[in-house]
Design a protein around this ligand. Sequence first.
Ligand code: GDP
Length: 335
Amino acid sequence: MPENSPRAFVTGITGQDGSYLSEQLLGAGWDVHALVRREQGSEPATPAAPVLLDQRIRQHRGDLADPSQLAALIQDIQPGVVFNLGGISSVARSWEEPALTAQVSGVAVTAMLEAAWRFQENSGKPVKFVQASSAEIFGSATHSPQTEETAIRPVSPYGAAKAYAHSMVDIYRERGLAASSAILYNHESPRRPLDFVTRKITSQVAAIAAGSGERLGLGNLEARRDWGWAPDFVDAMLRMAAAETADDYIIATGTAHSVSDFVAASFAAVGIEDWEEHVFIDQRFVRPADASEMRGDASKARRQLGWEPTVEFKEIVARMTRHDVSLLEKDGLHE
Ligand code: GDP
């Protein structure tokens, strides 16, 4: 690694976004340091976990639930940019573990911002901070699309933790740290874990197409989401890290589809048109509260970062479905 390679500290590297981000950073010659949880054995395997096999990534054992250790790591690593993509990644799981969600998706961010700011103060070396914020901070927004000015009013433990972290990013930006929040709308890929609705659908559609005979049980089919292509969203965060001025940006496609649109498109990708007979409503997946439509206006990111989404809805669904069909053909199993 050349002496003067830019250095990044990435949390959440085994997640969908972390894996794409680290590939892009390594490709561009960055020195990549990653937070990796202490007890690997107890971690759920994620579709993106193989990223850790890349020997160029320097792994640091730690936990987002341990703020003092996070601070010490930042002090040691001395990163030029912190990309915080870690935390409880699913709204569904945040309802099961609300206090843990507050800790790892909220308090941990404050600990890292404070450590980055302190290091910058003491060393005189500038540190940038890019926070993976979320559309969930807007909760059940009264208007669509949402913009950077939309009122923050979360309706889930996940949204509340992200809203707190979002405010802290703004506070540290005021304090002199180049901290930015990417307000990410749903973004998908074949590396999405199976508990997100998109990958749950595409994996089960692939199984049904292969003759599993099972039916697909889902919760709210009417919910409308602005689904984009995950590598595009990672590209946005890289642009934010490269920008001269830190700021908050909505990252979204601007187009929303319902869960049933997604189901129909996935079945269509395997040549099944009469999808209704393969689907039923399973109350276990209906959430205590769920925004009816999340749709973002990314005009500011388009204008100021030159960012734009490159893959449209049907193609995202087709790519994910094809991936799951080929996984089944290969070994009959999902990771
Ligand atoms: P989220 O937007 O970050 O919560 O991403 P998800 O992929 O988990 O959920 C997207 C939308 O799909 C939400 O409105 C869910 O209520 C809805 N949904 C409907 N059925 C399901 C299901 O079986 N699993 C999940 N995860 N979401 C579902």
